[in-house]
Design a protein around this ligand. Sequence first.
Ligand code: HEC
Length: 474
Amino acid sequence: MVGAACVGVCALVLACSDAMAPGSAERTDDVDEGPADAAGPHSPPPSSSPTPDGGSATPARLDADGGQHEAPVELTYHRDVKPILDARCVGCHFDGGIGPMALGRFEEVEPWLDLIEHTVVRDLMPPWSADMPTGFFLGDRRLTEHQKQTLLSWIAQGAEAGDPADASDAVTPASRGLERVDLRLPMAESYAPNVHPDDYRCFVMEWPLDGPRFITGLSIEPGDRSIVHHALLYLVDRRDAQLEREQDAAADGLGYGCLTGPGPRAARLYSFEPGGSGHAVPGGLGFEVEPGDVLVLQMHYNTLGGSGPDRSTVELTLEDAVEARAINASFARRSWINGWMPIAAGDPDAVHSYRGRPPSLDDSTRYAIHWVGLHMHALGSRGHIGIARDNAPDGIELLLDIPRWDFEWQETYLLAEPVILEPGDQLYMECHWDNTADNQPIVAGERLPPRDVNWGAGTTDEMCLGDILAQAID
Ligand code: HEC
């Protein structure tokens, strides 16, 4: 085990680099697919064959009169579709869930067929921003190609209910979960969101145990699932904790308003999205917490489906000691933070990029990277993070590609297999912003006019901040 003084959170200082890479931002023009637009509501129906290679199957087809099916297999809700919806949709789409309608029963699904088709064809649902191969990240919510085709073919064939007795086994959801909960930390009291429809609120939680402990697993149990859109848990160490307490005390009611989370030195420990569950810190690593540190729970409430109040609970697995040291490194270019990250009013594609090695990562050490996260604000349009190394195609091995940035769905992406950062490798990050009139945030019901934007923590400022969880190896 590692000396207690420097485990888990010893590298929280914002790691910056001035390494200049102007113009090194290679263009990636693979953004908008969108062949979907060519497809009318029911055309062309995708292959409906559930046989492995589709062999001699005739494609399902709906004649002009809408009545004639020539499908080799008639897909039914109970046999083919329900297991997919249960595994991939119902975690959010249930009565009282964050999804706007329940999708757990045939009668609930039927009124929404057009909209389901629309969102599935365009990969809008389930929400998942990262465009990386299936299996690269844990908890991938996307439909497999086969699940997608089954859903779309079923709709194209006329969406038959079928026989409830045909129900097949549910597809196992891509779930994560805690094996053991040692400490539950509920919010001090309930909170009813008072900014509509989106209320971003930070709740400061004192660490209740005396002696250092290591957090090795994290989960958030939402109080009111109809309004908890998303939550992030941060650890703020003793030196900065007082600032958090003061912000909390200065604001009316429990917590304080915080669109962008606590200060930049806070370590992001966990991100929760509806339908997800807790997970162990990967790699057998732990985050050290000492008396005097605080946890900050940043909640994003969406009040379109309810009004609360909410009292969510943080659940933790704890250990007295851990085997390996976790380095939670945030990175951004120092010049950005010093005010040089200009995003001009009206610019449809402002780009800034970072190439470097955060100071918290030694130049001559190998590291295993266990998770990766990207943080921008409302004007973000796309971005990616990778490892810059000589033998990678185009010089960059991708860790995270977000082709359509969605501020509402920021998460920490856990790598199914850690990726190695070799001595000499650098991290690469590229952020794109769309600062035209159409992409402006709506504040208090009004779309803001485009303005010159720069780095900052406010709602109308921007950031390009990467974070990784790394572990030094041999
Ligand atoms: C992680 C949570 C989550 C999962 C999983 C999820 N949804 Fe949603 N869905 C939402 C939320 C939240 C909304 C409300 C709009 C938004 O925030 O994007 C929504 C909206 C929708 C809408 C309405 C879109 C509109 O434009 O009004 C449809 C249709 C839909 N979902 C279908 C599905 C289907 C089908 C699946 C599974 C294949 C699915 N969703 C999985 C959270 C989820």
